[in-house]
Write a protein that binds this ligand. Sequence first.
Ligand code: AQP
Length: 345
Amino acid sequence: MKFQERVFSGMQPTGSLHLGNYLGAMLKWIDLQKTHECIYCVVDLHAITVWQDPAELRQAIRQVTAAYMAAGLDPKKSILFNQSQVSAHAELAWVFNCVARLGWLNRMTQFKEKAGKDRENASVGLYAYPNLMAADILAYRATHVPVGDDQKQHLELARDIAQKFNNDFAEPIREMGYEDGIFFPQPEPVITGPATRVMSLRDGTRKMSKSEPSDLSRINLTDDVDSIAKKIKKAKTDPEPLPGEVEGLEARPEAENLVGIYAALAGTSKPDVLSEFGGKQFSQFKPALAELCVEKLGPIADEARRLMNDPAEIDRVLANGSERARELATPILNEVKDVVGFIRG
Ligand code: AQP
């Protein structure tokens, strides 16, 4: 079956969004919105795989939605909604829990990192997280998934699940009229640009992350001008000047990270940034980077704050997006139920 091109992606409302989320994923979301049918989700079911304070979770769902809109996602063009309002995600995830193999999930590095040494105490949800992510994507038969580099492995798992579902149920799928036996597409990761993995400002070998305790490690999309400037100023670097060529960034993770951030924010490439700043010290590069960050992120923070003044309007956007999402997902889920052999009323 030839599937219509459709984009799906999401972010967890586990705190304020940061520069990594913005450069790694959201910039591409905004671009794809111009050419594709796009579905952008606030993945609250994923968020509770680690305990969340309920009042803070509600607030974070609205904040992430406000950040989506402030960054340029248009709820009239794209579908913006929160995952828990569309039960197809959870229902399909259960089917996928029964399709995916334990051995596949045991290989997921994100679970190992997040569960850490206290693995026995991690939630079952955290372990099964990639199955829910596969359901998020395949409930819409999405063909393209713009994400940061850290999600590559989960995307590969989603492709494996789609393939195994198609194989396991080949006969009923064909009987249903899918002559080539393909019920789910193989979703393609879209991992492009100079900042697919933005690193911590305090340690160039660790991913910038919402859950990192030090706020100095990341630039939040809600940070004011002074905080942005302070965080860039304090960002870890090495004593060498910037190289003139990209090869010179090898084994200099902090330098590479800052150059990648500059390139992504400026809409250029690392070689372009180095042709401008090669040979310069960080004391010259950092103020230019801070200025660029403020120029690009300041208006997003201001607009998100303005939107947060009207939470009822944000809730309306989410309710409307959820309705549109349900319209797309329900017929697909119904066919899944028929394929699997459930009886529907
Ligand atoms: N540092 C990053 N660089 C590039 N892309 C990133 N993404 C996250 N961090 C970076 C991308 O942002 C999207 C949404 O991520 P998420 O919020 O669902 O969860 P995450 O990947 O687990 O992000 P965090 O910040 O690390 O959250 P916590 O700390 O709560 O686990 C994804 O497309 C992701 O690739």
